[in-house]
Design a protein around this ligand. Sequence first.
Ligand code: PLP
Length: 255
Amino acid sequence: MLVLAGLDPGGGAGLQADIQTLTAAGVHAMPVVTALTVQDSRNVRRVEAVSPALLAEQLACLLADVQVAAVKIGLLGEAAQIPLIADWLQRLAVPVVCDTVLRAGGGTDLANAALLDALRARLLPCVTLATPNAAEARRLLALPPDAPADTLAAQLPAFGCANWLVTGGDEAGDAVSNHWYRADAAAQHYVWPRLPETFHGAGCTLASAIAARLALGHDLAAAIDEGQRWTQAALAGAYAVGGGRRVPNRLGIRS
Ligand code: PLP
């Protein structure tokens, strides 16, 4: 499976989260770096994009050789990466899961206006399932931060891609509610017990867990269901690597 994402030197989020999640599912990861980052377990300080030329060269070299069963996209370095990625997605014609990473859990903004525009116009139309958290979904739709959930339900299915799994881990409430909004069927809702800790790399883990199951041939409903279940277990076993948020336990790491 092809993964396009950023490198977190702390190993909590980004490509390491993706590689561990795919490995746990028995899926081979082909990790293409979109950006290097400066961060700790609390927050992202800086993102340094890989040049579009280097990214294009890597993809051309790799994809001339390998078969890809699915693609997972995470943090993108800059807007100029998006057209070349979108062109490849159209050519590959396999399931694509995109975790629309717009803000780090610690608060740093990870998307400027150009990146948002390119995501909306070029990338999302090539995506099978997008997995924003509720705040990211509101931002993609240019809604105010307090826009109610039914506005998302009404607007997302017609916006960009056909399937959205909007996650509620960062919203208030005793439980975590995730919502699958889709163009061709009624919305589906999932409720999970809220765990006491906060996590770094939860979104990457969930999107990769779903993408891995699509790569294995599961249908979207089964992949979304099982991907959430597996991620919840990884979060329940999370461990601390630093003074900030905990890292999901994706491979039975001893803490
Ligand atoms: N760093 C990288 C490379 C990421 O891909 C992401 C999220 O996808 C983050 C940091 C932020 O992760 P979190 O918001 O879970 O802390």
